[in-house]
Design a protein around this ligand. Structure first.
Ligand SMILES: [Zn+2]
Length: 95
């Protein structure tokens, strides 16, 4: 799927249609010392199996992608998630 880099859409802060730049959301680095991670590591300590079974093969072929729309006037960002596509491409603006 091809998505243009610039899209004109509604901005809730400006309350009008403005130009939005489109980027693909990427999740940040996981913290190694967060409470959940520490708990998980503690459970995995010692002999024996892991806390949860290891997933060998994935049922889904596609991945849920998150698009971020940033308003060019005020900088307000809108996240649009849940689009299942095999390949997502940010295409150049067609004039
Ligand atoms: Zn705006």
């Amino acid at each position: 799927m091809k998505v243009p880099k610039l899209v004109k859409m509604y901005c809730p802060r400006c309350k009008t249609h403005t130009e939005h730049s489109v980027t693909l959301y990427k999740s940040g680095k996981r913290r190694t010392l967060s409470e959940g991670q520490r708990r998980y590591d503690r459970k995995n300590l010692g002999y024996g199996s892991k806390r949860k079974p290891e997933q060998k093969r994935f049922a889904k072929v596609t991945k849920k992608q998150v698009l971020m729309f940033k308003c060019q006037k005020c900088g307000y960002t809108i996240m649009k998630h849940g689009i299942r596509v095999k390949k997502l491409e940010l295409a150049e603006v067609i004039k």
